[in-house]
Design a binder for this molecule. Structure first.
Ligand code: GLU
Length: 445
């Protein structure tokens, strides 16, 4: 069997860590199996879906390195959904119902008050021809419900194991609204059948949908695909992530927080699995190691601090060649020497600006002992290179008798204005003699 999976976002917003995780799982599985990864744009809700968000989704997937092999839009396929709906209607499995939202709400409350599950009472199945005619005359338009079998639906979920859902405990799902528009349930099944999807990999919030959808697959004469429902992401405090999703959109992480794509992929691939979260510079080992068996049943906790820490570890190991283009775009000079000097001090690439300003100035030096600084200045080598720091500090030690922190900290504070930072060998060479002399004299330079 050739694996074919789909990632099916609605283009009603930017991708966020929750749906990126679903995309990643689909992508990793497809690539591990030599299969196909399809981007299905769920844009049947023509009011809320926009082309702009669709472009962002493609853009974000590309940036994350999750390239898809095929793309389709549900909005191009209404005729296919109409056909499927006609088939279900002909089989008596899609029936019209006229209850308003208020009526349904009242019924649900009543059932709850009677201690019954708030399931649709199927009153519409009892309507006579005359009732239908009367509703039509009154100008009422029906919505359409799928008639569940009221039997047990079973499947072996690749993450959750054996699943068994009594469809009698569910309301017959509405597939078509009063205005003729489709809810997500039916189009998804029609597409999964026609595109030959072999595995549906999605969040656990869809488990109940799956019971109804499995019945719809069968009603349309198809065998359902395999299912893998992964536990949802929660916040680091265990609370719902949905409230914070705005700040966890790919756009925000990328453009505001300066997070690297592989930090996001590294974290989301391992979160909630039996393997530890580690920084990966490349997606290949994540593909190789992917297995549904490793995904746990407990909700995975997403912690932005963990993402930042991973981001830092990835940057620390990033060779110059891989960032040269971006440093150039940021107008950060200093080449490989600069990068190798500062990378271990970066949490995000944007932090390189701070060290650029330390190198190029102006900064305010911190001089606590002007006499010591001037004694050190007098000993500064005339030609400054990578070896100079060692030679210079040895000479200053000799001349002043200072050593350790007493020796190094005031020089660092004078030259960089900061108590901590990159190794001083490279920093001194990057700062250069002229600027170093000014800073040792206490001048802003
Ligand atoms: N558009 C649906 C969602 O984002 C797709 C669910 C599915 O994968 O079937 O929830």
């Amino acid at each position: 069997m050739t694996v074919k999976v789909r990632f099916a976002p609605s283009p009603t917003g930017r991708l966020h860590v929750g749906n990126v995780r679903t995309a990643l799982q689909n992508f990793l599985f497809a690539r591990a199996q030599g299969g196909t990864f399809l981007l299905r744009v769920d844009d049947t809700d023509t009011e809320r879906s926009t082309k702009e968000y669709e472009r962002w989704i493609e853009h974000d997937l590309e940036w994350l390195g999750l390239s898809f092999d095929q793309k389709m839009n549900q909005s191009d396929r209404f005729d296919r959904y109409d056909e499927a709906a006609a088939k279900l209607k002909a089989a008596g499995l899609l029936y019209p119902a006229y209850e308003t939202e208020e009526e349904l709400d009242r019924q649900r409350k009543l059932r709850r008050a009677q201690g019954q599950p708030p399931v649709y009472n199927r009153a519409a199945l009892e309507l006579t021809e005359a009732d239908h005619a009367r509703f039509k005359e009154e100008g009422r338009r029906p919505h359409w419900r799928f008639r569940l079998s009221q039997q047990t639906v079973e499947w072996t979920d690749l993450v959750r194991g054996a699943q068994s859902i009594e469809t009698a405990s569910l309301s017959d799902p509405i597939l078509i609204r009063e205005d003729g528009s489709y809810l997500y349930t039916l189009p998804s099944v029609v597409d999964d059948i026609e595109l030959g999807i072999t595995h549906v990999v999605r969040g656990e919030d869809h488990v109940t949908n799956s019971a109804a959808q499995i019945e719809i697959f069968r009603a349309l004469g198809a065998e359902p695909p395999a299912f893998a429902h992964t536990p949802l992401l929660v916040g680091s405090d265990g609370g719902k992530l949905s409230k914070r999703l705005g700040t966890l959109a790919v756009g925000e992480l990328r453009e505001n927080d300066g997070i690297e794509p592989m930090a996001i992929c590294s974290l989301l691939a391992r979160l909630g699995t039996s393997e530890p979260v580690e920084p990966f510079a490349d997606i290949a080992p994540l593909i190789e190691g992917f297995s549904f068996d490793k995904i746990g049943r407990a909700p995975a906790r997403f912690d932005p601090a963990e993402l930042r820490a991973l981001n830092a570890r990835i940057l620390h190991d990033t060779p110059y060649d891989e960032v040269a283009g971006r440093l150039e775009e940021m107008e950060i000079g200093g080449g490989e020497m600069f990068w190798n000097a500062v990378r271990a001090n970066l949490e995000t690439l944007k932090d390189a600006f701070e060290w650029q300003s330390v190198v190029e100035g102006p900064i305010d030096p911190v001089i606590e002992d002007a006499e010591f600084a001037s004694a050190a200045a007098a000993l500064l080598p005339h030609e400054i290179g990578a070896e100079s720091w060692g030679e210079w500090t040895a000479a200053v030690k000799e001349a002043t008798g200072r050593k350790g922190k007493q020796l190094f900290l005031p020089l660092r504070l004078a030259l960089t204005g900061r108590p901590r930072g990159p190794e001083m060998d490279a920093m001194l060479a990057l700062i250069g003699r002229e600027r170093a002399m000014k800073r040792l004299a206490g001048e802003r330079a």
